[in-house]
Structures are given as structure tokens and as C-alpha cells.
Design a protein around this ligand. Structure first.
Ligand code: ADP
Ligand code: MG
Ligand code: MG
Length: 883
């Protein structure tokens, strides 16, 4: 294979092979922009190297050929004594991994060529500065030495000279530093800094390859879900010098504000410096606009190039550039990262500029970004004493008193206090504390740590891995940099979207996007940024709605939830659970039903429940008038409605002979109904078959509610859903009874079933003969397909499974395509084959997960149903899936 591509040979679509940096350097070269010449060693070469533990055959020769061509083009030889060519060796993977991989500048300098460079440039100081930088970067990244060794040496020189800025160091100082640095290398490695330029380059290339497997790179990839086997490309680029005096410099620029999306000139510039100085923050940069005064011609040219790049990439670009004695060079560009708000605004701005169409604009924003915009936020205008920054593990803005143990979290929460649970890291023992807390803060662990996984699962705000914090759980306090100590009970605020931790209470503001969906905010207010955001969201949501093939429904059990879901754009209810309707005061009626010893007693209990059920349904039909409402008949095991065994036993023991007969009978029932494994026990359709009249009571309540709404002029559309079916025979009996009742009341309703037991998916063709619709209950289906108890496993071992790479994301968050997904696909095919007009939907949590929404689109579902708050996310992703 061809392992090396000249910049003139590549283009931006070759990121797999050339990495992002190399592909874009090639693209800019071919656009005629001023890019220093160079070439890229492919990621395929890197993969070969990592696999075989040595450079692939032929690579060295190919590199040499390209290097010679580069030398010829430049009219200089790498590291030659007279007028040396210098190069940088730069890593660049397909996905950018900021700060994870290595780059070495000024390759080619040694004791001879440094003289030639000085003579050519007419600047001794510059040449020795470049040389010491080479040894420093090479020492750090290729030889693996501590950067502090070199920094301490330069600080030492400054201190002895009584200066603070490296601009105050002269040629002699840098020359002295070169000697010191060489000494450090010898002392630490037992060998000399390599003076042969080609050897320097060879070692640097190898170091870049090796950096792919550095521990921090591995951790980063796991967090960002970047595959481990991509490898990195390496770019060899002729050096241009920003450290050639005050007419030279280096900077970064964005074509628009990555925070707000606003067009303008954003960036930083540093005179007389090389690239890494800007990031290292050793001197203060100036805002990019100042370049207009410092070097108007380069500034003008830079703005022109920024425009060219935006028009060409049709997106926000970020840029690295260097000015060498008044000549501008482009060193990097890429489509830039941005905040969620900026993503929406930029996408619509580009439509207005005619650069992209609405389809592409919808493709450029994501449901995750929309979800981020829907969380409440801390007021950016308020004073925010930042004390630490960790990882943004689970979004949201939480304020509360710091507590350091699960017990205190529960105690204070029980007293009505908002608390933030602070731990070094969490374990399954902290679960109750996490539930009691508004948010969770840890000082250890990444985005797959226990705290992060569990918090995301619960939708709880979490900042994890705030390493600067010293958590002293025993002492009930933590300390932050700058001598800040937070004791138990002190109020802190954590931002799960940014990872920031603040001291005290930061005011929270509602999301303008939620206000827009609620109908309480339009895009015509007084706050320009918020208005533009709302307009952008409105426009892209409308287009997504136009595009999508799937409908979006909500899971809602109350008229209030139904109404909110409707405001958020739900086109019906995909799951209305009926069990909560049996709690509270009605618990007694359910007990009566369970305790009934004769048909008459049972009849009486059901008769008492029926009108209550009916009124529940009337409210929901009213809120969803004209739209389908899928009502699931009772699903959980009945003992969930009975008192706890231990509590009841104690009560009876205390009462002794005075115990009521009812309590005695209840105890008997509790014991009789006790199950080892209730999730696999007497629930769902099994209840309907075992307890005569229970399901028919519910069906009658639905039918009568429909009749009542219709009499009132409404348009109720009921769908009756039977849960936990495994065999068509289970469904048939229940369906026949239900149809009889519907016929009696003169009401029409679809009768269908959930597909949530693997056997139901496997026999979907038969089940479809008795079901007018299927709704995939992917929570249970995942639980039963993997054999994972959903209430236990996340806390117990999922973070370990994620670390081991058994899955990249919890199968309860995103549908496991190859396992659970395969069952779904099968059920869709066989269901449709036996009943072509069968309606197909999903009502598990996955219905609001972007990845899973795309999967549902792919397998041809008619709708997804999710919690009301996720409805906009599902609408957007269903639109994107259809592009
Ligand atoms: P990163 O991926 O960490 O940004 P880069 O490979 O872009 O690393 O290089 C680090 C710094 O060195 C950047 O500021 C870059 O602009 C600068 N740089 C890289 N190659 C050259 C070169 N040939 N001439 C001048 N500066 C360079
Ligand atoms: Mg860079
Ligand atoms: Mg279920």
C-alpha cells in the first residue's frame, strides 16, 4: 500500500487515512492557501506499526523519497549545516483528541545547523531559542522525560537574570540552556540527544505512533467513544517561524464565536512566539483584532482566508496560523467544535447565507444538543465563584448543601434540604444517597465511573473526576485549590453540562428552549441571543417534523403529563400506565380485590374500582383529544399493592390477640403472593388470566370513558395494550373478552400487545394474528434478553463492563442492535408478514434516545414513544433519521 501522501495529493474526505489534520492541510494546499509544504504518513502505517511492533516494510523508503522531494522543493536539506530545512512532526488522528497526542517542532537542528539557521535568519537568539525548544519537546514527547525538568531549568535562568519573560532572554542564555538541556537528556536517559536530523525525525515519527496507546489517550478514547483501532497519521511539515522577532507571531482564530455562533473575528495572537506558546499560556496573548494594528496586511489576508474557508467548508472553522516576518502561513484548520446553542444558530445562519439547505442544517444539530439546551442552566450573569472543574458526566444545574455520606444525604433530604453528595468516588453503597441528592460530585473517575453511569441512568446532575478537590469524607469536608474549604452543610452549585463547581448558590434560569416548547416564549423578545436561538430551534424543528416518517408519542399517565407532552409536539400517547391509578386511597380497594373469597366479593371490589378508573381515562382522552392513546392494562405483580411482609408481621406481633381479622388475612395474602423473582412472576397478561374480571373491569372503564367523551363532543381514540405476552394463546382469551365488552358498549378500540418477552418476538408472526399493534417494551426486552435485572445491575457492575469494553454504552440507554435489536427486527418482519397493516411502535426508555430512534426508523417502526420531556429530541432525531 501507499503509506505517504504529499499535501498536494490528499483532500478533506480522506480523514480515515490521513487523519483530520493531514486531510485538511491537503485541502487547504489544494485551495491555493499558503500552507508550508509537507506530507502525511497514513494511519494505516501506524496500524501496521502497532500491530507488528516495527515500521512496516517499505515505509522508511517512501518517507525518504518524500523528504527528498520536499528538500528539492525548498532548495534546502534537512538539518544541513549551511541553510537547514527544519520540519515539524505532528500527530493527527481521524477524530481530534486535544492534547492527547504528540508534536515535535524544529526537527533538524544540531550544533552545526543551529549556526546555519542563525546566519540565514541573521538572528542568533532565534536560532538558539529554536534549538532549545527542539530538545525540550523531543525530550518530553520522544524520550518521555518530565517537562518540569526543562521548565525548572529555564525558570532558573530567568531567576538568576532577574527577568520574568522569556522575551528578556538573549542568544547566550538560550545557548546556555541548550547545554543544560543536553545534560538533562544525558543524565535521565544515559544517552545523548540525537544530532542526526534524519534520526531525530525517525524517532519522532515512532513516538507519535506510540502515543496512540499512551494511557491518557486510551482513557480519552473510551470517554469519547472513539474506537481503539484507528491509529494516527503523522504529518511532516516544513517549519515556518513565528519566533523571528516582533514582526512574527502565532495565533488561533475561529470564523465565528464557538460559544454563541455570532459571526465576527474571534481568536488570540502572540508576537514572537512558536505555536505551543499560545496554549501553554507563558505570555499573555492579545485578542485577534489587535493584529489589525500590529500587521494590517497579514490581518487583511487572514480575514480573507477565513472567509474562503467558511465558504468552502460551509461551516465554522477553527484555524492555527503563524506569521513569519510579515508572511502569513496556515498550519491547521478543521470544522470547529461549538456549544449546543451555537450549533443551532450556526446551522440556520448558514442556511440564510445560502451555504447549506435545511436538510443539511437539520443534519448538523443533534438530539443530544437539543437535550442540553432543555436543561435549566446557571445564570451566566450571576457572580459565579468557580472553585473547581471536573468532567461533565450528567447534565443539569444542581444547588444544595454538601454532604459526604449516604446517611447524611438521606437525613438532610428527609428534612427537606437539597443536598449534593460529594465523594471521592461512589460505590453501589452510595445508591440511596445518590437518589436522595440533587446532584453528585466526585473527585475521581471518568465518564464511565460508577457515579457517572448511575447518575445518567437516573437523570441526575453529576460532575465527576474533579481532581483538584481533596475529599475528606471522615472529616466531612473537601478542599479546593486556593485554600477553599467546604464543610458539610455548606452550599455548593454544580453544572453537569460544563463540569463546573461553584461555591454558594448560583441562581438557576429556565431554558428558553423549554419556554418556547411550552409556548411561553417566542423568538421576538428583547434578548437577541436567546431570540435567535429560539428562532433557530423553531425552524429546524419544523423542518425535522416535515421530514420524519415516524410519529412521536409520549409516555404519560396523567392528564397534566399528556397536556405537556402535547405542547411538546407529541402525536398521542404510546404508553399510559394504569398501575399508579391503584395507589393512594385506592390501595384499600385493591386489597379488597386480593382478599375476596367469593365471586360476589370480587365483583364488589371491581365495581368500586371501575368508576375511578373511568374518570382517570376521561381526563387523559380529553387532553389527547383526536390523538391515539395507548392504555396498558395493569402490569406489576399484585403484591406491590400490599403492605410489606416484615412491617405487617411486626404490626401483628405487637397487636397480639387484638390483631384485626383483616390484617391476619392480609398477612396470609402477602405470604401467598410473595415471589422470589417478581419481575418474572405473576404480572401482566398472567394477572388478567388468573384474576377473573380484573382486565375486563379496565376495558369496561376505557369503553365507558370513550363513550362519555364522545357524548361530550370529543374525539377519543383508545388503544388497549396487553403487557407481558409470550404466546398468542395468552392474548386470544383476553382479546375475546375485551372485544365482547367493546361490542356491548358500541365503542371501537384497537387491541394490541407489547413485545417485551423474547418469546413474543420469536413468535411475532403468530401473535400478530391476535394483535392489531405491537409496542416494543424495550426495558423488559433488554432485561430478559441479557438476563440483567434492570434495578440492580447498573449500580452493581455496569461501570466495570464499560471499562472492559463489553459494551460501549449501557443497553438500557441505547438499544443493543445486535442482540435486542435483532429480536425487534425479526418481530417487525414476521408481524408485518402475518398482518400487513399492523401498527408498530416502541414505548421503552429507548424511544427518547437518539441512537435508538435511528434504529427504530431503520427497522420501519411507525412511531416512537418517550417521556414528555424527550419528545422534542425524538422529533428531531426522527427527522434526522429520515434525511
Ligand atoms: P496540536 O494537535 O496539539 O494542535 P499541532 O501539530 O497542531 O499540535 O502543533 C502544535 C503547535 O505547533 C501548533 O500551534 C502548530 O500551529 C505549531 N506548528 C506545527 N507545525 C508547525 C510548523 N511546521 N511550523 C510552525 N509551527 C508549527
Ligand atoms: Mg494544532
Ligand atoms: Mg414491561
Amino acid at each position: 500500500p501507499k503509506y505517504v501522501y504529499d499535501f498536494t495529493e490528499g483532500n478533506k474526505d480522506l480523514k480515515d487515512l490521513l487523519g483530520g489534520k493531514g486531510a485538511n492541510l491537503a485541502e487547504m494546499t489544494n485551495l491555493g492557501l499558503p500552507v508550508p509544504p509537507g506530507f502525511t504518513i497514513t494511519s494505516e502505517a501506524c496500524r501496521g506499526y502497532l500491530r507488528e511492533g516495527g515500521l512496516p516494510d517499505g515505509l522508511a523508503e517512501e518517507v525518504e523519497t518524500h523528504l527528498e522531494a520536499l528538500e528539492k522543493g525548498m532548495g534546502k536539506r534537512l538539518g544541513a549545516a549551511e541553510d537547514p530545512l527544519l520540519v515539524s512532526v505532528r500527530s493527527g488522528a481521524k477524530y481530534s483528541m486535544p492534547g492527547m497526542m504528540e508534536t515535535v517542532l524544529n526537527i533538524g537542528l544540531n550544533d552545526e545547523s543551529v549556526q546555519g539557521l542563525a546566519a540565514q535568519a541573521g538572528d542568533e537568539r532565534f536560532a538558539w531559542d529554536s534549538y532549545r525548544r527542539l530538545i525540550q519537546m523531543f525530550g518530553k514527547t520522544v524520550l518521555g522525560l518530565e517537562g518540569e525538568l526543562f521548565e525548572a531549568a529555564i525558570d532558573d535562568v530567568k531567576r538568576r537574570k532577574g527577568v520574568v519573560s522569556d522575551l528578556d532572554l538573549d542568544a547566550a542564555d538560550f545557548r546556555g540552556l541548550v547545554d543544560t538541556y543536553k545534560g538533562i537528556v544525558r543524565e535521565q536517559t544515559g544517552g545523548d540527544f540525537p544530532s542526526d536530523p534524519r534520526e531525530q525525525m525517525r524517532q519522532a515519527v515512532q513516538a507519535v505512533f506510540d502515543s496512540w496507546n499512551a494511557p491518557r489517550a486510551i482513557i480519552y478514547r473510551r470517554q469519547e467513544r472513539i474506537p481503539d483501532d484507528l491509529g494516527t497519521a503523522v504529518n511532516i511539515v516544513a517549519m515556518v517561524f513565528g519566533n523571528l522577532g516582533m514582526e512574527s507571531g502565532t495565533g488561533v482564530a475561529f470564523t465565528r464565536d464557538p460559544g454563541s455562533g455570532q459571526q465576527g473575528v474571534y481568536g488570540d495572537y502572540l508576537q514572537n512566539a512558536q505555536g505551543e506558546d499560545v496554549v501553554a499560556g507563558i505570555r499573555n496573548t492579545v485578542p485577534l483584532q489587535r493584529l489589525g494594528e500590529i500587521d494590517p496586511e497579514s490581518y487583511r489576508r487572514l480575514l480573507e482566508i477565513m472567509k474562503t474557508l467558511e465558504d468552502h467548508y460551509r461551516d465554522l472553522c477553527d484555524i492555527e496560523f503563524t506569521i513569519e516576518r510579515g508572511k502569513l502561513w496556515m498550519l491547521q484548520t478543521r470544522v470547529g467544535k461549538r456549544t449546543a446553542a451555537a450549533a443551532f444558530r450556526i446551522a440556520t445562519q448558514l442556511v440564510d447565507q445560502g451555504l447549506i439547505d435545511l436538510d443539511e442544517a437539520v443534519g448538523r444539530v443533534s438530539g443530544d444538543q437539543l437535550a442540553q439546551l432543555m436543561f435549566p442552566r446557571f445564570d451566566a450573569g450571576a457572580g459565579r465563584p468557580l472553585i473547581a472543574k471536573g468532567m461533565n458526566a450528567s447534565p443539569g444545574a444542581a444547588v444544595g448543601r454538601a454532604v459526604f455520606s449516604t446517611e447524611r444525604a438521606k437525613e438532610l433530604a428527609a428534612e427537606g434540604e437539597d443536598v449534593i453528595l460529594v465523594r471521592r468516588e461512589t460505590t453501589p453503597d452510595d445508591l440511596a444517597g445518590m437518589i436522595a441528592a440533587r446532584g453528585v460530585l466526585t473527585s475521581r473517575g471518568g465518564k464511565t465511573s460508577h457515579a457517572a453511569v448511575v447518575a445518567r441512568g437516573m437523570g441526575k446532575t453529576c460532575v465527576c473526576g474533579a481532581e483538584e478537590l481533596e475529599v475528606d469524607a471522615k472529616g466531612r469536608r473537601f478542599t479546593a485549590p486556593g485554600g477553599v474549604t467546604v464543610e458539610e452543610g455548606d452550599v455548593i452549585s454544580i453544572d453537569g453540562a460544563t463540569g463546573e463547581v461553584f461555591l454558594g448558590e448560583v441562581p438557576v434560569v429556565a431554558s428558553p428552549v423549554v419556554e418556547y416548547f411550552e409556548g411561553t416564549r417566542t423568538g421576538k423578545g428583547t434578548d437577541r441571543e436567546r431570540d435567535e436561538l429560539v428562532q433557530a430551534v423553531d425552524r429546524l424543528m419544523r423542518h425535522a417534523d416535515e421530514r420524519r416518517r415516524m410519529a412521536v408519542r409520549a409516555n404519560a399517565d396523567t392528564p397534566e403529563d399528556a397536556a405537556r407532552a402535547r405542547r411538546f409536539g407529541a402525536q398521542g400517547i404510546g404508553l399510559c400506565r394504569t398501575e399508579h391509578m391503584f395507589l393512594g386511597d385506592r390501595r384499600k380497594l385493591v386489597e379488597d380485590l386480593i382478599l375476596a373469597e367469593s365471586p360476589e366479593e370480587r365483583r364488589a371490589a371491581l365495581d368500586a374500582l371501575e368508576p375511578l378508573q373511568k374518570s382517570d381515562f376521561v381526563g387523559i382522552f380529553e387532553a389527547m383529544d383526536g390523538l391515539p392513546v395507548t392504555i396498558r392494562l395493569i402490569d406489576p405483580p399484585l403484591h406491590e399493592f400490599l403492605p410489606d411482609l416484615t412491617a405487617l408481621s411486626v404490626k401483628l406481633a405487637l397487636a397480639g390477640d387484638d390483631a384485626t381479622p383483616r390484617d391476619r388475612r392480609l398477612l396470609g395474602a402477602v405470604k401467598r403472593l410473595h415471589e422470589q423473582n417478581p419481575m418474572l412472576g405473576l404480572r401482566g397478561v398472567r394477572l388478567g388470566l388468573v384474576i377473573p374480571g380484573l382486565f375486563t373491569m379496565q376495558v369496561r372503564a376505557i369503553a365507558e370513558a370513550v363513550a362519555e367523551r364522545r357524548a361530550a363532543g370529543g374525539d377519543p381514540r383508545a388503544e388497549i395494550m396487553i403487557p407481558l405476552v409470550s404466546a398468542v394463546q395468552e392474548l386470544e382469551g383476553v382479546r375475546d373478552d375485551a372485544e365482547k365488552i367493546l361490542a356491548e358498549t358500541g365503542v371501537e378500540a384497537l387491541i394490541g400487545t407489547m413485545i417485551e418477552v423474547p418469546r413474543a418476538a420469536l413468535t411475532a408472526g403468530q401473535i400478530a394474528e391476535a394483535a392489531r399493534f405491537f409496542s416494543f417494551g424495550t426495558n423488559d426486552l433488554t432485561q430478559m434478553t441479557w438476563g440483567f435485572s434492570r434495578d440492580d445491575v447498573e449500580a452493581a457492575f455496569f461501570s466495570r463492563y464499560l471499562d472492559l469494553g463489553i459494551f460501549g454504552v449501557s443497553p438500557f440507554e441505547t438499544i443493543d442492535r445486535s442482540g435486542v435489536g435483532r429480536l425487534m427486527r425479526l418481530a417487525v418482519e414476521e408481524g408485518r408478514a402475518s398482518r400487513p397493516d399492523i401498527k408498530l411502535g416502541i414505548c421503552g426508555e429507548h424511544g427518547g434516545d437518539p441512537e435508538s430512534v435511528h434504529f427504530c426508523h431503520e427497522i420501519g417502526l411507525d412511531y416512537v414513544s418517550c417521556s414528555p420531556f424527550r419528545v422534542p429530541v425524538a422529533r428531531l432525531e426522527a427527522g434526522r433519521a429520515a434525511l
